[in-house]
Write a new protein. Structure first.
Lengths: 75, 975
């Protein structure tokens, strides 16, 4: 099987620690359910990711160098 | 509508309405189907009861005392003789019937299962998912149960016959059970089934032999257990379906007993919507204002469709009651019940499949409630989201190069129809009086005035003088549009932001809207009969917003690609090319003439002195007058040479499409980004006028002779084509001999086609090259193609050299008759000629066969564009509907209306495409450069901050303020 997470076009996905998550949620003043979603069976996810976790995705961006996005794991 | 303040809507609840609520809000009970008595007065407790509201002006409403116009009308109600099903809820009713117990009405799920679904609903709600998925799953699981988990009652299938009939389907013993058993006991020798004697059967089923005989004789109906035993022993089916119709009243009773706790799992809020309310016992009667009757010319009254339908309902309702009281047989009652159901159904929706639509006497289907709301012309899409508006005008557009790109020429008759409200104060009272005294017909006049007491008076030719004297502070004057007013201008289809822009009015004679040709690209307009719409703004906020945000000059940069969408087009580009290509010289008169429509009224130092001792100005220098003084630029231009601008002076290069053109002209783009929109507007205006002067100076025309080539050139072209034909013949021969080698991944046939296409396209190119050799650089078609104004070298090749291969679906033309394209050719002729190669040029003229093939290719193009526009139009509509609720928030995130985050930073970089200047080919780190400059300039941070301050763009007020804004050039008006 190909591990897509190693592909150069797949950005880095990491599970967010609970305390960091709190900071993110207060920063945007949202519940975790207001975050964009990602399916648990998404092959880019790290193995330890579980439903309810929040994933931090760091993408390369032409204009801002790095763009950070958070997603809630569902199903 | 005076003294009405805007109100905030806190929330809206959707739910079912309780019958008692209908009765409470009802102004009267309706009992008679008649509307008016013989004297023409509405009958009390009839469908036109005066308590339902007023439609005739002058009458007073019996319920609220208001007059027509201010009284919204009041609902009445009809007490239905028997409950009927509401058509809008048939699916939900079916779901509830299937999911609940027929005996105890409880949900057919155990406590645990119910809890699970309850949690799922909670989660779905939190994640913003569709709750229907969960409720559907719950019903699906409940339906699987054969027995109620609470009371143990056996459950039957529910059959739904559209639209409003429900059956319970039970398996019962068939009436011909004895025959079936006897038949099975005979056995079947062919199928190898042995005979069964009654004794054997008795033994197998453990039923007494006497009983078996009684069953076989038909005098005893086997019990359920016995039936099953016999069925098992003989491998037969003794049941038949028995359908038991559920009357609306049964369903209502059933639903009344559903406990509140069970309903939340089904996505129903029991406090707001009890399921039994889906079965109507009371029908609300819409107020007369919702179904006004019209008096025809002959004095007859014509009633609204809804009234007709209500008449039907009341009639049947009365007949139903009479019959029931008279003790009519069940069959008649059921028929009437069904009829009542039909009328109530069609009253709400007359387009139900499986039900014949209720019709008017003329045979036209009635337009009932749902038809009023549905579809493009319905209440939502037709009357609420979009409606006809006042203060708008539409007419044909035509070009006017003397206007600024910010302006629009408005016909005087439009200007004096549409008005702007002037609030009269001491400071403008003289002006206001002047407008009013001009009356409604003379152009800068006024149509209405409003006195301080709120009374609105029409200004007429007769009263205008008198009225003008009375006008004073505190009045309002609706004056005509005048030069400098701001209006909104639009051309459909409004596909992007720039399809609606604000323009300043210039009132003009005649009947068309006039606009500067440089705003054609954003509107995608031309002047072959296009019409455009204009909207006059009606309050100060709108006018200010339009001026600051929507004016054409604010839209020069397109958010689509971050470059200018407005710039020189067509003749402007040819003109600039002629002016700058060979850097021609002009004497003083000529140079002044070129610049006469610009702000420049003094020539710079002459570029030099010619041989006769006269000073001259070069094209470069004339053009440079339009550039900002400190502009520096260097890039590769349209023609392929380097364009160099230093200190606002064009030093090298030709000005053409890539320099000043519409989609990303480098100079226009830079000026917009560096010097601001106002400067860019002035530049575009001046470039276009200079270019027009230049093209008029040189003269520019095109005729058939410009595409005709000398005979010897024609002979060479013929030779080339002959040559190509020969080579095609060779290819075909090789193919027929089987000597053609196929290319990798292609069949031999495909290889041949490809090679022929290649040969022929090379032939066309060669023909084009030969033709090109005979065109000078001054040839107008060449000038246009070179500069990018219009057309291409390919167009020129086709006009002068050879039109070339015609294609349908990317292949040579292969359709038509069996094995040939036209009956003029032999079957299986593979030659160039037989498959749509056009040897002639447009100038020399096509042969009839060539013309036919050319038409085939041309038709494909037309069909393609037609299909593409409709497809992409629909796609865009759906995209826009999906994206319209997304909004960039103050914290930089993009969220939808439920506050779910879509992007954490707008566009992932938080920048606007029109404010940023980076592309794949220019990575400018502006920030770093700016910081470096500032760092070397200032020692402390505070000093630096003091210097920088906060920069604000000047709010652009009007064209007339330009002189103060641009480079301090003091130019007084040129009129």
């Amino acid at each position: 099987m190909v591990d897509v997470s190693q592909h150069e076009l797949v950005p880095e996905h990491t599970v967010l620690e609970e305390d960091v998550l709190e900071e993110v949620l207060t920063e945007y003043d949202i519940d975790r359910t207001d975050l964009p979603k990602i399916k648990r069976n998404d092959s880019a996810l790290p193995d330890e990711a579980d439903v309810g976790d929040v994933i931090k995705i760091v993408r390369n961006s032409r204009t801002t160098d790095q763009a950070v996005v958070y997603r809630l794991v569902v199903e | 509508m005076q003294n009405s303040t805007p109100k905030d809507i806190g929330s809206i609840n959707f739910g079912l309405m309780e019958p008692e609520e209908y009765r409470e809000m009802s102004a009267t009970k309706i009992i008679t189907a008649d509307t008016y008595d013989d004297d023409g007065f509405p009958i009390d407790m009839g469908l036109m009861d005066p308590r339902l509201g007023v439609i005739d002006p002058g009458l007073e409403c019996k319920t609220c005392g208001k007059h027509s116009g201010s009284c919204n009308g009041h609902f009445g109600h009809i007490e239905l003789a028997a409950p009927v099903i509401h058509v809008g809820f048939t699916k939900l009713i079916r779901r509830l019937l299937r999911g609940t117990c027929r005996e105890c009405s409880r949900l057919l799920l155990t406590e645990d299962e119910r809890g699970e679904f309850y949690d799922q609903i909670d989660e779905s709600r939190k994640l913003g998912r569709d709750l229907n998925d969960v409720t559907k799953a719950a019903i699906r699981q409940a339906r699987k149960k054969d027995r109620c988990p609470h009371c143990g009652e056996v459950q039957y299938d529910i059959d739904h016959e559209k639209p409003t009939t429900y059956y319970e389907v039970q398996q019962v013993l068939t009436s011909e059970y004895s025959q079936r058993i006897a038949g099975a006991m005979q056995g079947d020798e062919e199928a190898g089934v042995e005979r069964t004697t009654p004794d054997e059967l008795a033994e197998k089923t453990e039923i007494d032999i006497g009983r078996i005989n009684e069953i076989l004789s038909g005098s005893f109906r086997p019990r359920e257990s016995q039936r099953k035993a016999i069925e098992k022993a003989l491998d037969i089916d003794l049941t038949e379906e028995d359908t038991n119709k559920l009357m609306p009243s049964d369903i209502r009773d059933w639903f009344e007993a559903i406990p509140d706790e069970d309903m939340e799992v089904l996505g129903i809020n029991p406090e707001r919507s009890r399921p039994e309310w889906m079965i109507l016992t009371v029908l609300p009667v819409p107020p007369v204002t919702a179904r006004p009757s019209i008096t025809l010319d002959n004095g007859q009254r014509s009633e609204d469709d809804l009234t007709h339908k209500l008449v039907d309902i009341i009639r049947i309702n009365q007949r139903f009651m009479e019959n029931r009281e008279a003790g009519a047989p069940q069959l008649i009652i059921e028929d009437l019940w069904e009829l009542l159901q039909y009328h109530v159904t069609t009253f709400m929706d007359n387009e139900i499949s499986g039900t014949p639509p209720a019709r008017h006497r003329s045979g036209r289907p009635l337009k009932t409630l749902s038809q009023r709301l549905k579809g493009k012309e319905g209440r939502f899409r037709g009357s609420l989201s979009g409606k006809r508006v006042n203060f708008s005008a539409r007419t044909v557009i035509s070009p006017d190069p003397t206007l600024s790109l910010n302006e629009v020429g408005v016909p005087d008759r439009v200007a004096s129809e549409m008005t702007q409200t002037m609030n009269v104060t001491e400071r403008n009272v003289e002006e206001a009086r002047r407008y009013v005294s001009n009356g409604p017909e003379a152009h800068p006049g006024a149509n209405y005035v409003r006195r301080p007491d709120g009374r609105r008076l029409k200004v007429t030719e007769k009263n205008c003088e008198q009225l003008a004297e009375k006008v004073d502070a505190g009045w309002e004057v609706n004056r005509h549009l005048v030069d400098g007013d701001i209006v909104i201008f639009n051309r459909q289809p409004s596909l992007h932001r720039m399809s609606i822009m604000a323009h300043e009015v210039v009132v003009m004679p005649y009947k068309t809207f006039r606009l500067n040709t440089v705003v054609c690209p954003p509107y995608n307009a031309d002047f072959d009969g296009d019409e455009m719409n204009m909207h006059a703004l009606q309050n100060e906020e709108a006018r200010a917003e339009a001026r600051v945000l929507m004016r054409v000059q604010e839209q020069i940069l397109s958010p689509r690609f971050g470059e200018n969408i407005i710039g020189a087009i067509q003749d402007h580009i040819s003109g600039m090319y002629l002016l700058t290509h060979d850097n021609p010289r002009f004497n003083e008169t000529q140079a002044l003439d070129l610049l006469r429509a610009t702000r420049i009224d003094e020539l710079p130092e002459p570029s030099g002195i010619d041989d006769e001792g006269e000073p001259f100005w070069t094209g470069y220098d004339v053009f440079s007058e339009l550039l900002p003084d400190d502009l520096d630029l260097e890039f590769t231009g349209t023609v392929g040479d380097d364009v160099v601008v230093e200190n606002g002076q064009l030093l090298e290069g030709t000005i053409a499409e890539d320099e000043v053109g519409e989609f990303g002209g480098e100079i226009v783009d830079t000026i917009t980004k560096v010097y601001g929109n106002t400067r860019a507007r002035i530049f575009i205006n001046e470039v276009s006028t200079l270019a027009m002067r230049a093209i008029m100076h040189f003269g520019f025309s095109i005729g058939i002779d410009d595409e005709t080539i000398p005979e010897e050139a024609q002979a060479r072209i013929d030779e080339t084509i002959e040559d190509a034909n020969d080579r095609v013949e060779e290819l075909i021969e090789a193919y027929e001999r089987g000597e053609l080698e196929s290319l990798p991944g292609r069949t031999i046939d495909e290889t041949l086609e490809m090679k022929i296409m290649q040969t022929l396209s090379r032939a066309r190119d060669n023909a084009g090259n030969i033709a090109d050799e005979h065109f000078t650089d001054e040839n107008p078609a060449v000038v246009m193609a070179e500069s990018g104004a219009r057309g291409s070298m390919l167009n020129l090749t086709q006009m002068a050299g050879c039109v070339g291969q015609q294609a349908v679906r990317g292949e040579r033309i292969n359709r038509g008759y069996e094995d040939r394209t036209l009956s003029h050719y032999k079957p299986n002729d593979l030659s160039a000629e037989a498959h749509g190669f056009v040897e002639n040029s447009y100038t020399s003229g096509l042969t009839p066969r060539e013309f036919f093939f050319h038409a085939m290719g041309g038709r494909e193009g037309l069909v393609d564009t037609a299909v593409r526009t409709s497809k992409s139009g629909y796609l865009q509509r759906r995209l826009i509907n999906a994206l319209s609720e997304l909004e960039a928030q103050y914290d930089g995130t993009v969220r939808d209306t439920s506050d779910t985050i879509v992007q954490f930073e707008f566009g992932e970089d938080g920048t606007s495409p029109v404010k940023v200047s980076s592309g794949d080919d220019n990575d400018i780190d502006v920030e770093r450069i700016a910081d470096r400059v500032l760092d070397s300039e200032f020692e402390s941070d505070a000093e630096r901050r003091d210097f920088l301050g906060i920069k604000t763009e000047p709010t652009n007020l009007s064209e007339y303020a330009d002189d103060r804004l641009v480079e301090g050039t003091e130019v007084t008006s040129d009129d």
